[in-house]
Design a protein around this ligand. Structure first.
Ligand code: IMP
Ligand code: MG
Length: 188
């Protein structure tokens, strides 16, 4: 625990490493195999939610052995309070209307309250997508407010704030190659 690879943050910023690089690799290969089986012969659009999912998505798609298109969206809730279902602002980086004949797999870093994905599902349904599935690297089930069926989940974790491998705290720590819980002194 004394030094960490390819990152400039001291180990004392973290409480614990929750998912190591090796474990992330294993999770990705398991999920990619399921996707390879489930989408064989289909037209697949991978839609990553920025920014948090960009590292997970780039590693995941390189293990998927079927043709696919990739796009990104940015989803943010209106205001700064809690989000209600359907109340999400979406920025599209491709015109999603061009992809209505595709099966869409939305990839996010972590499933927390579920509000974002729930709103996004309504948004994509209203647009006309018929086959919508979700994939998240992490899941904090204790925090759920909006029930959402996520087909591919990497790992369930306790209710702790985590960073690394795309996940940030005030835009820091995304570049860590592992996922760690942040020490409480960092946000108090
Ligand atoms: P929710 O499921 O709508 O509550 O929102 C999930 C989003 O909140 C994720 O896409 C992350 O951007 C962010 N988030 C939730 N928990 C964490 C965490 O522990 N660390 C970093 N970001 C988090
Ligand atoms: Mg996010």
């Amino acid at each position: 625990m004394s030094n960490i690879s390819n990152a400039e943050y001291p180990m004392s910023d973290f409480k614990k490493i929750l998912v190591s690089e090796e474990e992330i690799k294993g999770i990705i290969s398991r999920i990619a195999n399921e996707i390879n089986d489930n989408y064989a012969g289909k037209k697949l659009l991978i839609c990553a939610i920025l920014k948090g999912a960009f590292i997970f998505t780039s590693d995941l798609i390189r293990q998927i052995k079927i043709p696919l298109d990739v796009t990104f969206i940015k989803a943010s809730s209106y205001g700064n309070g809690s989000v209600s279902v359907g109340d999400v602002k979406v920025i599209e980086f491709s015109d999603l209307n061009d992809y209505l004949s595709f099966d869409i797999l939305v990839v996010d870093d972590i499933l927390d309250t579920g509000n974002t994905l729930c709103s996004l599902k309504s948004f994509l349904k209203a647009k006309g997508f018929r086959n919508i599935e979700f994939c998240t690297l992490l899941d904090k089930p204790d925090r759920r407010e909006s029930p959402i069926d996520v087909k591919y989940i990497g790992k369930k974790i306790e209710n702790e704030f985590v960073v690394g491998y795309g996940l940030d705290f005030n835009e820091k720590y995304r570049s860590l190659p592992f996922i760690a819980s942040l020490d409480e002194k960092m946000y108090k």
